[in-house]
Ligand binder design. Sequence first.
Ligand code: HEM
Ligand SMILES: [Ca+2]
Ligand SMILES: [Ca+2]
Length: 300
Amino acid sequence: QGTRVGFYATTCPKAESIVKSTVQSHLNSDPTLAAGLLRMHFHDCFVRGCDASVLVTGSATERTAFANLELRGFEVIDDAKTQLEAACPGVVSCADILALAARDSVVLSGGLSWQVPTGRKDGRVSQASDVNNLPAPTDSVDVQKQKFAAKGLNTQDLVTLVGGHTIGTTACQFFSNRLYNFTGNGPDPSIDPSFVPQLQALCPQNRGGSNRVPLDTGSQLKFDTSYYANLRNGRGILESDEALWNDASTKMFVQRYLGLRGLLGLSFSVEFGNSMVKMGNIGVKTGADGEIRKICSAFN
Ligand code: HEM
Ligand SMILES: [Ca+2]
Ligand SMILES: [Ca+2]
């Protein structure tokens, strides 16, 4: 796979601490950026591999694709890159900065840490038209599984990584179809009926599509298992999220993360790191495959 833990130990020993302190200082002023950085790494890895293709600006780059319009935290990556270029010019890739920043975001939100293998090169291509195989919030469990399997990720990885929704928010436009006219008339029956009016108030019908709602009600800044408890209680926000509770193969992992009786327990905080390492190795470029960008938003 080409990456290894401690890749910069001799060439830029402070690389990981520089990323961490940069993420820390940005989260101090805006803790919601943790979610932005985690999601950005996912959107990078699923399109042309973890190669920072998502960071490039310009017409028709990935950043201009619909699925990426709400990505947040680019300024954190740029800030870390500036400091890394001062400390060790031309050494640390933007793809690695993004992988490290995603880990640090989880840890600073209360999650358990993991070691991030590094050594990714930055890609030389970024095309909006490549951003079509990302999962959609209306995807069934079967489609979600297929999209993850196409990247070498299994059902456990799917349930675990989507657990990233324990932090952050979604725009109403991605789920408000569930609140009003889901099956011709009335809300999606898989939503807890007592939760529906709450969501309707946050997302008024035919307006407020850009209003934002926490993906994990009551715990949007904390990296915990509350997201899974919400799924069990019919309080998942996206249709794709609640579906994980209504399919036997994915429900089993949700139950195990919740430590429900009779099933072998599984630690979400441990497994999240394991699955992130797998996701972080998707399509990694090494050697002459790629470059070390000077600026993360532009090819050299
Ligand atoms: C089936 C897979 C997935 C689907 C359908 C999905 C869908 C979505 C949607 C629709 C949003 C709201 C976007 C917006 O309003 O701008 C969102 C937000 C988010 N997603 Fe996912 N996602 C998936 C998997 C993942 C994975 C694997 C991760 C990370 C490991 C992740 C992390 C996040 C985070 C942290 C946010 C909040 C972003 C913020 O607050 O800015 N998602 N996701
Ligand atoms: Ca990429
Ligand atoms: Ca949470």
